[in-house]
Design a protein around this ligand. Structure first.
Ligand code: FAD
Length: 481
């Protein structure tokens, strides 16, 4: 028999079950395992319990109960975050609060171009339901089959359509949030313009669950872009890719919706993940761009893409190009981009980054960082790619597969240090999209200007003085100010 005095987690589990009811509280270690493991499977943890509320009132009761018991709350959506923001790191005093059962679409309003949705809606399912009403929700990312809108809002997710529609922040009209004291902030307005004082919802967007639990959101919709043209082009350099981007912004009437750059190695990596993937071009060019132009109504998108590519090929900016002539072909082009991620994962543990620098500095940043890493770590391969139109680069480093695990981990640490040094010289951001979580906390902390630290601590202390929400995520918040 287990003594309650020597097993505080056991006591807390009993109390949570009696306060919240059996249905909401999961305590079986096997059942909890998937909530306590990160997406890559690199980190495994545990928790006092996993709470699975069905309503906003349930969430409020869960937060209240945790506060009373001196437990902390780690909110979780689809658990696709790449920086360990939703994975507990203090198993004895943290509970995971999963929003997965709060997945109702409360309203889709095609007349007002808005929808009101619960935090646990899976992004892809939400997009499908909105498309069925002839509307479009532009947020699009590789994890969209699993990530949930509350997680997207809490990380201020980016993705492939940012250059046209903005980050998640620009798609949110209002929020409903359970605060750390269990009260509910009801800000589910669908107003487009509302300048009545400080816009409080902005505090919770990108807060990674450190200020409260997002339970629902009102979001902006746009007309469905029923015409989409997708092309893969080969170029002589990353500099030419930036020139192409500037030309496309100007010549395509700002209808460009995606612009991703990839190295030739992308084809090999994608085929390692999807062996029979058709690739319409040889890996002969130093740089590739996957671009998309889209629109609805009276514009002729196919003609626009065709004429644009003819022009840039005539001017020698693009050396080779293939335009998808069917949805299936377009899908296959996108599978190169998605497959290259899987291909990297198949090569084992590696250094992943998500950085940003000013657009015009992307080529020199990538050249300098890759050179520094190659010189110091000749047994590693750099793979640079990303949402380059936003100045966002994933410069990943794959240690040789021949190296033993421990040495691979050393290469990851060394390459990350070198990358951060180069990034600091370019005044870039060490998190363009993915947030800070627990993974980047030390690097973020080391670079935090004092005034920003003071403001962040003041906001945290004003909203969550008892440090109930996601301690250890983003920053070790200190002291009441
Ligand atoms: P989780 O991983 O569950 O949580 C993320 C953070 O938000 C945690 O700190 C958690 O505590 C907090 N949180 C979750 N739900 C709530 C809530 N309701 N209230 C308060 N806090 C909450 N990201 C991009 O920005 N752009 C990309 O292009 C992109 N591509 C990806 C591709 C792949 C293959 C993968 C695996 C990930 C990718 N990501 C990308 C990262 C990830 O998908 C996003 O960060 C996503 O927004 C996380 O959503 P989630 O529901 O999985 O959140």
């Amino acid at each position: 028999m287990t003594s309650l005095h020597t097993d505080p987690s056991g006591e807390h589990r009993l109390l949570l079950r009696s306060m919240l009811g059996e249905d909401l509280v999961l305590t079986d270690a096997d059942a909890m395992a998937r909530y306590c493991r990160d997406w890559h499977g690199d980190v495994t943890s545990s928790a006092v319990a996993v709470l699975r509320p069905r309503s906003t009132e349930d969430v409020a009761a869960c937060v209240e109960a945790c506060r009373e018991l001196g437990l902390a709350v780690v909110p979780q959506g689809g658990n696709t975050g790449l920086v360990l923001g939703g994975i507990p790191d203090m198993p004895e005093r943290q509970v995971v609060l999963s929003l997965e059962r709060m997945n109702r679409i409360r309203k889709i309003d095609a007349d007002d171009f808005s929808a009101v949705v619960e935090a646990g809606c899976i992004l892809w399912e939400l997009k499908e339901a909105i498309a069925a009403e002839g509307m479009f929700f532009p947020l699009a990312l590789g994890a969209q089959g699993s990530c949930r809108i509350g997680g997207n809002i809490s990380t201020n997710a980016g993705g492939i359509n940012v250059l046209r529609y903005g980050m998640t922040r620009e798609l949110v009209l209002g929020l409903e949030v359970v605060l750390p004291d269990g009260t509910i902030f009801d800000g589910l307005s669908t107003l487009r313009k509302d300048n009545r004082g400080i816009d409080l919802k902005q505090l919770f967007i990108g807060a990674e669950g450190t200020l409260g639990v997002v339970t629902a959101a009102s979001i902006k919709l746009t007309p469905n872009p029923d015409q989409v043209a997708t092309a893969l082009v080969g170029l002589a350099s990353l500099e030419d890719a930036i020139t192409l981007y500037r030309r496309a912004r100007r010549d395509c009437s700002d209808l460009m919706s995606a612009f991703e750059f990839m190295p030739p190695l992308a084809f090999t990596l994608a085929r390692e993940a999807i062996p029979d993937l058709p690739i319409p071009m040889a890996a002969d060019y130093p740089c590739y761009v996957l671009m998309e132009v889209s629109g609805s109504g009276l514009v002729d998108i196919d003609n626009l893409m065709q004429r644009f590519l003819e022009g840039v090929m005539e001017d020698g900016i693009v050396l080779d190009g293939a335009i998808a002539s069917s949805q299936a072909q377009a899908r296959n082009l996108w599978l190169i981009r998605e497959g290259m991620n899987e291909g990297q994962a198949k090569r084992g543990v590696h250094m992943r980054s998500d950085v940003s620098v000013p657009l015009s500095k992307v080529p020199s940043f990538v050249a300098e960082a890759e050179k520094a890493i190659h010189e110091a770590l000749p047994d590693c391969i750099c793979v640079s790619y990303g949402h380059v139109g936003d100045g966002n680069v994933h410069l990943n480093v794959l240690p040789s597969v021949e190296l033993p695990h421990q040495q691979r981990l050393e290469r990851i640490y060394q390459s990350k240090t070198i990358l951060n040094q180069v990034l600091d010289r370019f005044h870039g951001s060490l998190s363009a999209e993915h947030g800070i979580g627990r993974l980047k906390r030390a690097d973020f902390d080391a670079r935090l200007p004092e005034t920003k630290r003071r403001l962040l601590n003041a906001i945290k202390n004003a909203i969550d003085p008892d440090m109930v929400m996601n301690p250890g995520c983003q920053l070790n918040f200190t002291g009441k100010s």
